[in-house]
Design a protein around this ligand. Structure first.
Ligand code: HEC
Length: 153
């Protein structure tokens, strides 16, 4: 019995070592994003802080990868979430969105934070700054509402 447990542990360890040769490719990071939402609409310091701390890792080109983002299998999850997050909503490329899309994305932001669906729960495990307080959620929502009103459809 004990022998089996040892064997399984060896195999798991071996598996972990082998997958390190396949960490995957992390989406590129760019600090220079002229189309960023900050350059286009008013983002007050409070909301800017919330977006950068709780959303920008997955929804901008300014992803801040922690060291474990390079360790498989966590790297695979980070790559997947970052790619999908950027595809859905990339604050660094805000200027390229149509008025209709901007309006819709702001509406989604409100819905997502109201329902507590964003940031993703898995993110909050290692990012306590991503856990939004009620006051932060309110600030984000009223900011998004104000920006929606500025858009003429
Ligand atoms: C760990 C990565 C991650 C973080 C952090 C994160 N998101 Fe997301 N977000 C995703 C992924 C992945 C999707 C697409 C899949 C889904 O909807 O669950 C998504 C989808 C969305 C959508 C839906 C877009 C659409 O049109 O359907 C909105 C809006 C959104 N996120 C807003 C936010 C906001 C606001 C924050 C910060 C408060 C945030 N997200 C933080 C990964 C993340």
């Amino acid at each position: 019995m004990k022998k089996w447990i040892k064997r399984i542990a060896y195999f798991l360890l071996l598996g972990l070592i082998i997958i390190q040769f396949f960490p995957g490719e992390k989406p590129a990071v760019s600090a220079d994003n002229p189309g960023d939402i900050h350059n286009e609409v008013l983002v007050n310091p409070e909301v800017s802080g919330i977006l950068k701390a709780a959303c920008y890792d997955c929804h901008s080109n300014e992803t801040n990868y922690p060291w474990y983002a390079s360790v498989a299998p966590v790297s695979w999850l980070v790559i997947h979430d970052t790619n999908e997050g950027r595809d859905e909503l990339n604050f660094s490329e805000w200027a390229t969105y149509s008025a209709k899309r901007k309006h819709h994305k702001l509406e989604e932001v409100i819905e997502m934070v109201e329902e507590g669906e964003m940031p993703l729960a898995v993110y909050n495990i290692t990012h306590p700054e991503g856990r939004l307080t009620d006051a932060q959620i309110e600030a984000l929502i009223s900011w998004a509402k104000a920006r929606m009103e500025e858009i003429t459809l």
